[in-house]
Design a protein around this ligand. Sequence first.
Ligand SMILES: [Zn+2]
Length: 270
Amino acid sequence: MKFVPRKPKEGVNVSKEHPLVEAGTLIVGLGFIFATIALALIFMVEIALYFVPVEKEAALFKNWLPEDIATVSPNDARLEKLESLLWRLARHFPESPYDFRIEIDDSEYMNAMALPGGLIIVTAGLLEKVATENELAFILGHEMGHFKNRDHIRALGRGVVLSLMFAAISGSGAGSDLGATIADITLRGFSRRQEVSADAFGLALVEQEYGHVAESWRFFERIDEGDDEFLEFVTYLSTHPSPDDRVATLINNAAENGWSISGETIPIEW
Ligand SMILES: [Zn+2]
């Protein structure tokens, strides 16, 4: 039998699918692969961080200051008051390995953040809105709760992975704005569960310092009545329809522990 070469049929390499459908499938597929890799890496980093002793973190970031995200005002006269309040609260958290530090960022937005190594940054915008030391103590105590639960370091792990993935996809250098990305994700990365837990910790510190928790949450009620947003709690609000719920949870928490919700408060004058 003789082999007769034949021309292949026209369009043998052309898919029956519309090219746009094919492109879509490819993009969705690649996206899915990247998302899977990112999730796997995040999971691995979370596990790895679990094994990084908190003492190591505290030592590593001892003098660290993320100047790319915060314009720190070292000569702000309010700093002294903030430091003394923070250190008073820290006495009720003696098992902490951190030497807590606090800095003021000159931003007009209300925000507070917990950063690696025990650094708390509060914004000038926030300080302008606090009316009592008790409110401020609760906000600082809440941040200390994030350190206690190591939420900030989990968010950091997530930030590192996501910014590296982003750099891999976009082909840009990872180093340049890694710090900013880490900080950005650290700010947005807390879940509602983490916030509730940090609240409970902060409230306990306030109770130990003042012997009552009066006005601790007054700050939230007040900003809730206005137009401003407290950035630290955006995730909390975005995952729950009613901001009142946070205050209700705090009042419940106080009742369960038998903590007084009335008592003398200390007005703040800067
Ligand atoms: Zn928080």
